[in-house]
Design a protein around this ligand. Structure first.
Ligand SMILES: NC(=O)c1ccc[n+]([C@@H]2O[C@H](COP(=O)([O-])OP(=O)(O)OC[C@H]3O[C@@H](n4cnc5c(N)ncnc54)[C@H](O)[C@@H]3O)[C@@H](O)[C@H]2O)c1
Length: 332
């Protein structure tokens, strides 16, 4: 039985994607090393949620296989690919934080570049010739031209994380060229919603505000982000799977954003309104590696993939808070 492989399957985006893949009758193999970048218990809870949802929807237990392995372990990856008839790899595993990448550039390069290379090598040998790579809006650096288009220069990344994502896109192109693989690189723009990583601002701020603690705000609050609800990102990935399934020897880059600019102050005000709590702000200097603004031009994804993000930010924040209230645990 053919299966879709999801690397980073216990993480925020991966676990939400797996829920949808299983709900739509796909067979999934997940690979995750449950590293401690953030509390691994959160990742265990994500997997538990997937298994609970499977039981609730009467999905065959055999539809989902989890490997607690590292993508850099080529022998293991080879074993997994040969044990299952994998048709496509959704490569989401990475070291994902911008600021920590400045502290640990070697680790970020090892996982995000060598790990991606390891996977591409194993894929082309086995052969799995379709892959979706999780890139990031951070590749645009401090691009002054907005909204960001896929053809804009991405030669000036301002963090090791951003540079590692650009390097990932480049090595994907090389494997497409050499081995005729079909590869889509998806540049995600700040994703939020249920299961969001605890290091990301919306999660951090909401939990601090719910417990009457001050929130650390870097800069004067005028920096802007294009926030994308997790349901819209999952829909964009599902549409990319449909697209790549029908394509041979293609390489494309797509922006997946919400296509709206929201300032940091507006983001805080939206959470305040949803919680009915006034935030206590601890203002701090702008952090190195943080970009001024992100804003996606999504016309390419709209035209080619049929991607239509639909969640209004206020609604997405309310959904997230509803989820958080049900799931908040002291140890996470
Ligand atoms: N969340 C966002 O806003 C956002 C924005 C742009 C890009 N992205 C990219 O999307 C992908 C998913 O992000 P996320 O927010 O779900 O992050 P996440 O940290 O929640 O998920 C990544 C998962 O990969 C796993 N992982 C890390 N290194 C691994 C390795 N060597 N082997 C196996 N598994 C490993 C981690 O344990 C984690 O569960 C990442 O590639 C990230 O860079 C995310």
């Amino acid at each position: 039985m053919s299966r879709i492989m999801v690397t980073g399957g216990a993480g925020f985006i991966g676990s939400n994607l797996i829920d949808e893949l299983l709900r739509t009758h796909n067979k999934v193999v997940a690979v995750d090393n449950f590293n401690d970048y953030y509390n691994p218990k959160i990742k265990e809870n994500n997997i538990k949620d997937i298994l609970d949802n499977m039981r609730r929807l009467s999905i065959e237990p055999d539809s989902f296989k989890l490997y607690r392995e590292d993508i850099r372990d080529r022998e293991k990856m080879e074993e997994i690919l040969t044990n299952h008839e994998i048709t496509i790899i959704i490569h989401l595993a990475s070291m994902a934080g911008v600021r920590p990448s400045i502290e640990k550039p070697n680790l970020y390069y090892d996982v995000n570049i060598n790990g991606t290379l390891a996977l591409l090598e194993v894929a082309r040998k086995n052969p799995v010739n379709k892959l979706i790579f999780a890139s990031s809006s951070s590749v645009y650096g401090n691009n002054q031209k907005i909204p960001f288009e896929e053809d804009d220069s991405v030669d000036y990344p301002i963090s090791p994380y951003a540079a590692s994502k650009k390097a990932g896109e480049l090595i994907c192109y090389t494997y497409h060229h050499l081995y005729e693989m079909s590869i889509a690189c998806l540049r995600f723009f700040t994703v939020y919603g249920p299961r969001q990583r605890p290091d990301l601002a919306i999660n951090k701020f909401t939990r601090l505000m719910m417990t009457d603690q001050p929130i650390p705000v870097y800069g004067d609050g005028s920096t802007q982000r294009d926030y994308t609800f997790i349901g819209d990102i999952v829909d964009g990935i599902m549409k990319t799977i449909d697209w790549i399934d029908k394509k041979e020897k293609k390489y494309e880059i797509f922006n997946l954003g919400g296509s709206k600019k929201i300032t940091l102050n507006e983001m805080i005000a939206t959470i305040e309104k949803a919680l009915n709590i006034k935030a206590v702000v601890n203002r701090l200097p702008i952090q190195p590696g943080d970009v001024d603004k992100t804003f996606a031009d999504i016309s390419k994804a709209r035209e080619i993939l049929g991607y239509h993000p639909s969640k209004a930010f206020e609604e997405g924040i309310k959904d997230y808070i509803r989820w958080l209230r049900k799931h908040i645990k002291e140890d996470c």
